[in-house]
Design a protein around this ligand. Structure first.
Ligand code: GLV
Ligand code: MN
Ligand code: MN
Length: 406
């Protein structure tokens, strides 16, 4: 069993790094705050008996040898955050994995399989509008072109890596081979476990996020002198499209679509908006349904642009396939939950994205969810109780021990 006090103490300590004035946490990839966070996590890894290194993109990897020559078991999550994020999203998974290894060491238990605990680089995609940089590198799917993606200041991922102080290594070196499975613990970020009065849950699959950037171009003109019937107002056009995005997603039944970021140019009180740029995040566990919603949204946007003499452009920021969790791993997780909680396990899909999605064509994955208070996440109000965290940590411990025996 794990040491719940130590785990919750580590969670509180890590939460002090990148604390924002708005009460949340800002730890974006390749920044000082994220580096400080990684250095603290590195210390915890070393205390747990792991041998630690950074790979080519800055994934923090703690390794433990196995007693037999077997494929490696991967554990992990991320410590980067969304703007003004909560303290549990990602961090809990990294710290719980370390805690499990620390507890095994204290019990003198040697795993048969080699184990690696990874704090993946940039799961959230906050800085570059392109997430899961670290897990893509581990899967071997991160390309040199991807490294040319820029942040809001025009800095490429490649440059950010150099400025972070990482030595230049070929991307291929980050790819991990001979992996048995990947197991991740994460907060649910939804309300299902709470509604079923379950502290911990088994994840069946993860909805795939599709991120698009829309740019709508009109004409910036004088707000006082241009008659209403002679305008090419990009913001009015954008408003109609954004309202329809919500409608189309609602009609689909299961797909969710969000416009979370919007920029108006030139952004003046007395200037008709000449250009509007916004992002759309579309997700479903059913890829065909998600892609159908995408098609309908784009068709509607083209219609509005046409009617209003505007120009619409679409850019794909990331298109990630949904993934199903491996049945055999789910079985072990469910047994571990049942043993820890003394009740049948609740199984549920994940609406949120996770690094595990990047391993779809590489190796099997499983995930354990911890109950979130009121389902709130990507918000400083994010909360899970210390008791639930300890129970979930014990589930991860039990599942790992079982999977190591198989
Ligand atoms: C990450 O939390 C995501 O689901 O976008
Ligand atoms: Mn998140
Ligand atoms: Mn997360």
């Amino acid at each position: 069993m794990i040491n719940g006090n130590r785990l919750n103490k580590h969670l509180d300590e890590l939460a002090t790094i990148g604390k924002s004035e708005d009460g949340g946490i800002n730890r974006f990839s390749y920044t000082k705050e994220e580096k400080d966070g990684n250095e603290l996590v590195k210390k915890y890894m070393e205390e747990a008996g792991l041998t630690v290194q950074y790979d080519a993109v800055g994934n923090l990897i703690g390794s433990k040898d196995g007693t037999e020559d077997l494929p490696t078991i991967l554990l992990g999550s991320h410590i980067d955050t969304v703007p003004n994020g909560g303290k549990y999203d990602g961090s809990l998974g990294v710290l719980t994995a370390i805690e499990v290894i620390h507890s095994l060491k204290e019990k003198d238990k040697q795993p048969r399989h080699p184990i690696k605990v990874i704090a993946f680089k940039d799961e959230e995609g906050t800085r570059f509008g392109f997430g899961m940089i670290g897990s893509r590198a581990i899967a071997g799917t991160l390309t040199k072109d991807n490294l040319q993606i820029t942040d809001g200041d025009g800095i490429t991922i490649d440059r950010a890596i150099r400025e972070y102080g990482l030595e230049k290594k070929s991307l291929h070196r980050a790819k991990l081979e001979n992996i048995k499975l990947y197991l991740e613990l994460h907060i649910e970020q939804g309300k299902i476990l709470e509604s079923k009065h379950a502290a911990v849950g088994n994840v069946t699959g993860i909805a795939g996020p599709l991120w698009l950037k829309f740019t709508l171009k009109g004409l910036a003109e004088h707000a006082g002198t241009t008659p209403m019937n002679q305008r090419q107002d990009a913001l009015t056009g954008a408003s109609l499209i954004i309202a329809e995005i919500e409608k189309i997603a609602k009609q689909s039944g299961s797909t969710v679509a969000t416009v979370g970021k919007l920029a108006v140019k030139p952004n003046g009180v007395n200037v008709i908006p000449g250009e509007v740029e916004w992002t759309v995040d579309i997700r479903d566990i059913d890829e065909a349904k998600r892609d159908h919603v995408e098609k309908k949204i784009k068709q509607f946007a083209e219609k509005i642009a046409d009617e209003r003499k505007l120009i619409i452009e679409f850019e794909e920021l990331q298109r990630v396939e949904p993934i199903l969790c491996e049945e055999s791993i789910q079985r072990v997780i469910k047994e571990s939950i049942c043993e820890e909680l003394g009740e049948d396990a609740v199984s549920l899909p994940s609406g949120a994205g996770h690094d595990a999605m990047q391993f779809k064509n590489s190796f099997p994955v499983g995930m354990i969810f911890v109950r979130s208070k009121d389902g709130i996440s990507h918000n400083p109000q994010e909360f899970s109780t210390e008791e639930d965290i300890e129970k979930a940590g014990n589930v991860l411990y039990k599942a790992l021990v079982q999977l190591d025996e198989d």
